[in-house]
Ligand binder design. Structure first.
Ligand SMILES: Nc1ncnc2c1ncn2[C@@H]1O[C@H](COP(=O)(O)OP(=O)(O)OP(=O)(O)O)[C@@H](O)[C@H]1O
Ligand SMILES: [Mg+2]
Length: 1021
């Protein structure tokens, strides 16, 4: 038995007891996916609003559902065999039944020599035989059937490959002199996970991987096990990336399938963890080690995973300091749900960039463990998601897309497919309209699916009681932080340690030791240079600045006074970075960055394009850059660690820093596995001293419901969708639902004048007035049973996730568009797809128009439409931002929000018959806006994290399709693509494989659905 966890001793039952509890393995759906014949790919393109697919790759993988990454010619051979086999099936089944296990092996050996001669193919598992397998299994246990017969019946064709490999393996083993003296059941000793010897030797472990080299007697004894393991292992084999899979890998996969099955069985029958790694296969442990470098779990992580309440599947909130390792616990729970309980999982993360980072990080797990990872961010994601036949899905979503996904699952009555919902950064519940959407999503899940477990985590929670009440959750907390974080403030030239035990909260630490000339004192009165040069270039440092402009100024100023020696540190890589940025900017590079990068310094804020941001983040992570001057967005953005974090001032823009923001920012310092120490220094002016004292000594802010504050995106939008989704359609039901929200919990605090039911009544009346709902709201006690219904406009609004503040205006604009839609160019359509809410941030220099008395909202929107129009035409953010004198980050944001809004608009129009014409037009426009690149790059950019610049490099190097990427060798990629690290190359390949697999599965599902024989054909029973 493998160690229970990565080094933390488990308190569960002793291993002997655990062994006994392993149920005999029987065939399971997951272990025996059907490999249907290759249908013709034909048909139409993807459904509307989907990212475009890469057709050339789909055709190949279509037929070979399990072995999509395999070598084409071999696939063709196998396919050919299948084809011939199906023709000769009747004849062959009879012949096959006469073959014993022993001659099966020789048959396969023969087959190899005969180049997969079709006549010798033992059997193919057909879809309609799947159910029969279970009967065969029972037969096997009874011993009433010939073992070889059932074995053969259950073998999908792709397993021939496995037989072949195993046969080779066993021959090699037989030839080895040391193998002679061993048990006849001995398997390859190359498997380092555990010795398969024990599997055969231990009578209790009848379900372990088998050795094909051993004699028939042994095989016969273990027939049941052999059959199941062949099936599961071969399934794994068929999914393998290449045909040159090592034997060890095959064996490991056999063990993995078995462990998943046993763990699943165990969890079904008991709530106690009896799997080797928290109920999961030991391969999971290996993956965490290989992919994350995690050797042992922290004690708290183990304790948390072993919580009684988790075993009982209660909801859970857990809170630990930043860098406490919260993600790992959530990921283990996610894997348990996907693999053991066989349920889908939704993981909600705050930003698109973090979603993409997670997709990249978890794709390898999905490939190795056989689940799908699906992206729901920006305009990506399918609603409702495709119902998978075999594999389970992990949906990784932003808050907004997570909400839309939950709506679509409720609407299609599939919400109980979600076994687990994980919310990272749970404190976001208190943050504006996004907080309101998160609250709505969680309240809907709580109300509609009693079996969906909710787990939320955060480093910055205060009023946990309210959140527990809302989520009906248990609470776990711990102060553990693997790397100590020392907090300091700097006032003039003195550094004080933050010490909550002392009266004024600070204790003297040291004087800054740096000789400033009077000139330098003037240029850098806050001694930033002194502070950063204590750590850089050998360690990394972040400076949080209040504004974007300030970031650029600080970066420039620091470099102006840094010694020349700083230029020598990793000089070549810094030159490469500048070159890379230049190629991203089509020849232009930001003058500030050009000046600062040679010193290892850069700025980072939303004014950069996504491509620039990514390059800078990567250079900083790898130590090429050692100092970033950044805005607060980086605190909750991607994981960029630092030895020292400096807060330039206790402000974000003009607002004094909040405790939560402060904690998140300083939390970037001293991340586990990267730094062994971390410190933060907050630069304080005399005038702010008292405020800072309050800041560092005060508790974290409370998390309050935003349903009322964000009325149109909050309360009203919730009421509309409750009726639309038929979650609650009478006033009583709506009241009931609302009592279960965070607003319901905090109502007395948040609305002193009106009761919850009065607030609801107002909201519903408003919706009726707006023409979004129909029905009558009566006075208290009367007519509370009256059913509310949604109007078509109401439905379109919630389906399109349109802010209620704009739905009527949008309807009018679209209606007007029908009168004379100008299709000579896409300008008119772009105007319709220009988001309403960005217009307030635009100030066009259009004196002529403004002097006339025109509606500035319309003018602004039109101006932005011109920006978008130029973008779509030119596909060059740099040129367009120059032309319109807007920052390239702003232009990029405009593009992203227009892409999102276009997809919302599409869903809106889909619900309203009169807007049918918009459907086709908007589908194409959404695609154009989503990618806004040359068409040939689109398939590559579908892969999470491949942005335009990388896509261009890949395309120019010959990687032109998704299939090229999915089958690429990371080592070759590194050699061919400049500035690509091994880790990035591996992640690109894994993400591409995952996407390809997801697309293949989707097509497979579609075929299955099409070919399904209806149960209600007239005249049949
Ligand atoms: N058991 C462990 N052993 C070693 N490193 C670990 C372990 N658990 C987590 N880590 C590492 O610690 C770092 C921080 O973990 P993680 O990102 O989960 O922190 P967090 O608690 O989510 O913090 P934050 O609140 O800032 O998001 C990561 O790099 C992660 O790989
Ligand atoms: Mg985290």
């Amino acid at each position: 038995m493998a160690e229970p966890s990565l080094g933390v001793r488990r308190k569960s039952r002793p291993s002997s007891e655990r062994k006994r509890s392993r149920a005999p393995v029987q065939s399971s759906a997951a272990n025996s996916p059907v490999a249907p014949k290759r249908p013709s790919s034909g048909g139409e393109g993807p459904p509307p609003a989907e990212p475009p697919c890469c057709n050339d790759s789909e055709e190949d993988m279509f037929g070979d559902y399990d072995s999509f990454c395999g070598n084409d010619s071999l696939l063709a051979q196998v396919d050919d065999i299948e084809h011939k086999y199906l023709q000769d099936k009747n004849m062959n089944v009879k012949a096959a039944r006469e073959i014993t296990v022993g001659n099966l092996q020789s048959g396969i050996h023969q087959k190899k020599q005969d180049n997969f001669s079709a006549s010798e193919k033992p059997s193919v598992l057909k879809a309609d035989e799947e159910a029969a397998c279970q009967v065969h299994d029972r037969d096997l246990v009874d011993g009433s059937r010939e073992p070889a017969e059932s074995l053969l019946d259950d073998l999908p064709s792709s397993q021939l490959l496995y037989f072949e490999k195993m046969n080779e393996l066993s021959s090699a083993f037989r030839m080895s002199p040391d193998s002679k003296g061993r048990s006849e059941c001995v398997n390859s000793s190359s498997d380092k996970i555990r010795s398969p010897l024990s599997y055969c030797a231990d009578a209790e472990h009848r379900n372990r991987p088998m050795d094909f080299s051993s004699d028939t007697k042994c095989v016969l004894l273990k027939t049941e096990s052999l059959k199941d393991h062949l099936k599961s292992a071969m399934t794994g084999n068929a999914k393998a990336q290449t045909l040159q899979v090592s034997k060890t890998k095959q064996l490991k996969e056999a063990i993995l399938s078995e462990e998943i099955f046993v763990a699943r069985k165990a969890i079904e029958s008991s709530s106690v963890d009896i799997g080797p790694f928290y109920g999961l296969p030991s391969k999971v442990k290996d993956l965490f080690r290989q992919l994350r470098g995690i050797e042992t779990l922290y004690e708290w992580q183990h304790d948390c995973l072993m919580l009684e309440s988790l075993q009982q599947r209660k909801n859970l909130i857990y809170s630990l300091p930043t860098s406490g390792g919260k993600t790992l616990v959530a990921e283990i729970m996610i894997l348990q749900e996907l693999l053991c309980r066989q349920k889908d999982v939704l993981m909600i993360l705050p930003y698109v960039a973090i979603v993409q980072e997670k997709i990249r990080g978890l794709s390898s797990f999905g490939i190795e463990l056989g689940f799908l990872v699906e992206e729901y961010a920006g305009s990506k994601g399918r609603f409702p998601p495709i119902k998978r036949r075999v594999k389970k899905s992990l949906y990784i979503a932003t808050i907004e897309k997570g909400h839309a996904l939950v709506n679509s699952l409720i609407e299609t009555e599939r919400i109980s497919d979600l076994g687990l919902v994980v919310v990272d950064e749970l404190h976001m519940l208190g943050e504006g309209s996004r907080g309101a959407i998160l609250e709505i999503t969680l309240a809907k899940i709580l109300y509609t699916s009693k079996n969906t477990q909710i787990v939320g985590m955060s480093a910055t929670l205060n009023n946990v009681g309210d959140l527990q009440k809302f989520l009906r959750a248990e609470y776990y907390t711990n102060n553990f932080r693997p790397v100590e974080l020392k907090e300091y403030v700097k006032i003039r030239d003195t550094i004080y340690a933050v010490d909550s035990k002392t009266e004024n909260g600070f204790t003297f630490s040291r004087l800054l030791n740096f000789k400033y000339s009077s000139y330098l004192e003037k240029a850098d009165p806050d001694h930033i240079i002194a502070l950063v040069t204590e750590v850089i270039p050998n360690y990394s440092c972040l400076i949080f600045c209040p504004t974007k402009k300030n970031c650029e100024n600080v970066a420039s100023m620091v470099c102006k006074y840094l010694k020349k020696e700083f230029r020598a540190h990793r000089e070549k890589e810094k030159q490469d970075l500048v070159k890379n940025l230049k190629s991203i900017g089509n020849g232009s590079v930001c003058p500030v960055l050009k000046q600062t990068i040679p010193f290892g310094v850069a700025y980072h804020h939303s004014g950069l394009t996504n491509d620039e941001r990514k390059s800078i983040e990567e250079a900083y992570s790898s130590g090429v850059l050692c100092l970033l001057a950044c805005t607060a967005t980086l605190a909750a953005g991607v994981n960029l660690p630092a030895r020292r974090v400096i807060l330039r001032a206790p402000y974000v823009a003009n607002d004094f820093l909040k405790k939560n923001q402060y904690k998140q920012m300083i939390g970037r310092a001293g991340r586990a596995g990267i730094d062994d120490a971390g410190e933060s220094i907050l630069i304080v002016q005399e005038k702010d001293k008292h405020l800072v004292r309050d800041l560092v000594n005060s508790p974290l802010e409370n998390c309050y419901s935003n349903l009322l504050l964000e009325l149109t995106k909050g309360m009203q939008s919730l009421l509309l969708s409750l009726v639309g989704l038929k979650i609650a359609v009478t006033c009583d039901e709506v009241n009931n639902f609302m009592c279960g929200t965070l607003l319901g919990v905090q109502q007395q605090l948040l609305s002193k004048e009106k009761s919850l039911s009065e607030l609801i009544k107002d909201g519903l009346e408003n919706l009726i007035e707006k023409g979004l709902l129909k029905g009558r709201i009566s006075e208290k006690g009367h007519n509370s049973e009256c059913t509310l219904t949604i109007t078509p406009l109401g439905k379109a609004t919630y389906k399109g996730s349109i802010d209620l503040a704009y739905c009527n205006l949008l309807y009018r604009d679209l209606k007007k568009g029908l009168e004379g839609l100008i299709l000579e160019s896409n300008l008119h359509l772009l105007y319709l797809a220009t988001p309403y809410d960005v217009t307030s941030s635009c100030s066009p220099d259009w004196m002529i128009y403004l002097r006339q008395n025109v509606d500035s909202a319309v003018v602004n929107r039109l101006y932005l439409t011109f920006v978008l129009y130029n973008l779509v035409k030119e596909t060059n953010i740099w040129n367009v931002s120059e032309k319109f004198n807007m920052s390239r980050g702003y232009v990029q944001n405009l593009l992203n929000s227009a892409a999102s809004f276009a997809s919302c608009l599409l869903h809106f129009c889909e619900e309203l018959e009169e807007f049918w014409v918009y459907k086709a037009l908007l589908t194409e426009l959404t695609k154009q806006l989503t990618y806004c690149v040359k068409t040939e790059l689109i398939p590559l950019m579908e892969v999470a994290g491949v942005l335009e610049a990388r896509a261009k490099q890949l395309y120019n190097a010959g990687y032109k399709t998704l299939a090229h990427l999915a089958n690429a060798n990371p080592e070759t990629l590194i050699k061919m693509i400049e500035h690509l690290s091994r880790r990035q190359a591996k992640q690109i390949v894994s993400s591409a494989k995952m996407l390809l697999s997801e697309k293949a599965e989707a097509l497979q599902e579609e075929v299955e659905e099409l070919l399904k024989v209806p149960t209600d054909i007239p005249g049949t029973h």
